[in-house]
Design a binder for this molecule. Structure first.
Ligand SMILES: [Fe+2]
Length: 340
C-alpha cells in the first residue's frame, strides 16, 4: 500500500518527459542577438517541422553554462562569432565532429574546421577606415602599411585582448612568421594616437572626430553606421573612407560567424539538419544580412547597398581554424609590444 503513491508519482513525472522526447526539437545556444535570426528559426521549423528552443546569452556565460551542464546539457548547437571563440569552445571539448555532405559541399574549405567541429556561415572582414580629409586610399593597401613611421600618433585601435585583434594577429603570424608579426605589433603600437579603448565603433567615431586618422574595424560596424536611421551615425560614416587591405601578398583578413554541434547533443540529427539549413541560400541571406555580413556560400546573394559599395574583393583563403590555434602566441606578441 505504501508503494502505490510513489509509483503514481513516478508515472506522473515520467509522462511529460515521454511526450517531450517524441516532439522533434533542437536546442540552440546563441550569442548572436539579431532580430533577423528570428526568420532563421521560423524558416527552419517551417521546412522541417522541428521546433527551435533557444537560449541567448553572452559568449562566456554560454560556454560556462555548457561546461557546468556537462553530459546532462540539453544544448544541441552553439552559435557564436569569430573563429577564435569557436576554437576556444573546441579546446574545451564542447563540440563533436560532424560529417555532412551538404555542409562540406556548400561551405568553402577555408570557412570550416577540418574535422567538422564547427562551421562558418557568414563572413566578416577586418578593414581599415581613414579620414577622407587627411588620408588617401592608396596610402593603405596592406595591413603592413600601418607599421610605417608616417602613421606615428595617427592610428586608433582597440585592446589586444579583443578576439578580432587576436584573430588578425593569428593571420599575421601565419603569413609573416612570428618575428615579422612581432615587428608589426611593435611598430603599430608605437603609432597609436591613444591607449587602446572602446569597441570598433568607437575607433570609427574617433577617426571621424579627428582624434586619429586611421582605425582598424570589422566591416559591419562601418556598415551599421552607414545604414543607420540616425543622422549623426551617417555623418560619421560619410567622413570615412574604407579599405579592404591585403596581407603579405594575399587578400583581406576575414573571419566568420559560425556554429557547431555540442558534444552531448540529445537531438544530434536535428542539430545537423539545422546546420545544413543554415547553409541553404535562404538562410544564408538571413544569417549574413542580419549583421551586414557576406554569406560564405558563393551561390547565396545579399542585396545590401553598403556591401555592394564595398565591392568584390580577394580574401585571404587561410583556414580560419589557424586563427584559433594562433591565439595564445598572438596574445604573447601583443603583450610583448605593450599593446594593452
Ligand atoms: Fe562584432
Amino acid at each position: 500500500m505504501k508503494i502505490r503513491p510513489l509509483l503514481l508519482l513516478l508515472a506522473a513525472s515520467l509522462l511529460p518527459l515521454a511526450s517531450t522526447a517524441q516532439e522533434k526539437v533542437v536546442n540552440i545556444y546563441s550569442s548572436r542577438h539579431y532580430q533577423t535570426d528570428e526568420a532563421l528559426y521560423s524558416g527552419f521549423t517551417k521546412r522541417t517541422g522541428i521546433k527551435v528552443n533557444r537560449i541567448e546569452a553572452g559568449e562566456d556565460a554560454l560556454i560556462q553554462r555548457i561546461r557546468n551542464e556537462g553530459a546532462r546539457s540539453p544544448g544541441d548547437v552553439l552559435i557564436t562569432v569569430d573563429a577564435g571563440r569557436l576554437w576556444r569552445a573546441e579546446e574545451l571539448g564542447l563540440f563533436q565532429p560532424v560529417r555532412s555532405a551538404v555542409l562540406e559541399s556548400r561551405i568553402p574549405q577555408a570557412f570550416r574546421e577540418p574535422d567538422g567541429q564547427w562551421f562558418g556561415f557568414s563572413m566578416r572582414a577586418r578593414l581599415l577606415a581613414y579620414n577622407k580629409a587627411r588620408v588617401r586610399a592608396d596610402e593603405l593597401r596592406r595591413y603592413e602599411d600601418l607599421a610605417d613611421a608616417k602613421w606615428k600618433g595617427r592610428i586608433c585601435a582597440r585592446s589586444s585582448t579583443n578576439i578580432y585583434n587576436l584573430s588578425l594577429m593569428g593571420a599575421l603570424i601565419d603569413r609573416l612568421g612570428e618575428a615579422k608579426a612581432q615587428s608589426w605589433a611593435n611598430a603599430v603600437r608605437a603609432n597609436l594616437a591613444r591607449e587602446p579603448k572602446g569597441g570598433d565603433t568607437d575607433q570609427l567615431k574617433a577617426v571621424a572626430a579627428g582624434e586619429c586618422d586611421v582605425a582598424i574595424s570589422n566591416h559591419y560596424y562601418y556598415a551599421r553606421l552607414a545604414r543607420s536611421q540616425k543622422p549623426d551615425d551617417r555623418a560619421v560614416a560619410e567622413k570615412l573612407g574604407v579599405v579592404l587591405p591585403g596581407l603579405a601578398g594575399s587578400g583581406t583578413h576575414v573571419n566568420i560567424s559560425g556554429a557547431g554541434v555540442l558534444k552531448h547533443a540529445p537531438n544530434r540529427d536535428a542539430a545537423i539538419r539545422f546546420l545544413e539549413y543554415l547553409s541553404s541560400d535562404e538562410a544564408q541571406r538571413y544569417f549574413a544580412d542580419g549583421n551586414n555580413e557576406w554569406p560564405v556560400v558563393p551561390s547565396a546573394r545579399v542585396t545590401n547597398p553598403v556591401l555592394s559599395a564595398l565591392g568584390e574583393f580577394q580574401y585571404d583563403p587561410i583556414n580560419v581554424a589557424v586563427l584559433g590555434r594562433n591565439q595564445p602566441l598572438a596574445q604573447k606578441i601583443f603583450d610583448r609590444a605593450g599593446w594593452k
